[in-house]
Design a protein around this ligand. Sequence first.
Ligand SMILES: *[C@@H]1O[C@H](CO)[C@@H](O)[C@H](O)[C@H]1NC(C)=O
Ligand SMILES: *[C@@H]1O[C@H](CO)[C@@H](O)[C@H](O)[C@H]1NC(C)=O
Length: 282
Amino acid sequence: MGCTKMMIWVFLLEILIMGGVNGGNLVQDFDINWGYGRGKFVNNGQLIELTLDNFTGSGFHSKNEYLFGKIDMQIKLVPGNSAGTVTAYYLRSQGDAFDEIDYEFLGNLTGQPYTVHTNVYTGGRGDREQQFHLWFDPTTNFHTYSILWNPHTIVFAIDEIPIREFKNRERLGIPFPKFKPMRLHSSLWNADQWATQGGRIKTDWSQAPFRASYRNFRADACVKIAGRPSCSPRTGSWLTRTLDGLSQNRLKWVRRKYRIYNYCTDPKRYPQGLPKECHVQE
Ligand SMILES: *[C@@H]1O[C@H](CO)[C@@H](O)[C@H](O)[C@H]1NC(C)=O
Ligand SMILES: *[C@@H]1O[C@H](CO)[C@@H](O)[C@H](O)[C@H]1NC(C)=O
């Protein structure tokens, strides 16, 4: 067997083993914690559906808290006229001085692009927004939205294409989330005060209920079991991974073609000067 073939085999084998670990039943991993029945497990826990109507939205969160992980979820966003709706998907620690790694999908009028809003909070402070349009329609199919969080870096990736990286630059005095375990949360809610085209387009309630769907959750992560971190898989490369050359090229492509907002190029927001990381990374 040639070397490449061999590698493909090892790769496939890994997928099978991992697939076994995260069996795909979302009931094991999540609690629906908001929405009076508007959030549901369907297909025997293969799928979570969140809905929003003119009374309230809905949401779920993970049972586990993770301290580092490569966390993937396939999401299909609200189709049609989703203006005014926000689907939030994020890791967050508890307490006021929380750390957070945040995706928010801002809906739009039919045929107009969703905006993917991202942020990183450390010790309760965010103000690190970057926004993107997508290279596909996120409402017709499921796509994989990932967070890689390890001691070296945080990478936001969609279908394994990195869209944003926040590196650990602690040695330059830039805070990096490293000590507080985070739970995974998602919610679908009405934010028509600000979400779509600066709040000019309001939610059209005649289109309700709005619906977002989730499946194929996978967490290669460290979780606390009996107070101790336990990591799966133990030798997982995710814990040491940084972006390779190909991924860096993809990241550059996304920045060039799809990034529509970057806090680091918005000095008027920071009268005291841009955050430190803006001088060493985008
Ligand atoms: C909310 O939606 C329900 C069902 O479509 C409708 O009967 C009701 O009038 C709506 N309420 C408001 C405040 O729009
Ligand atoms: C909605 O569409 C407009 C026009 O194409 C675009 O400028 C905007 O970024 C899109 N997203 C949101 C959330 O407004």
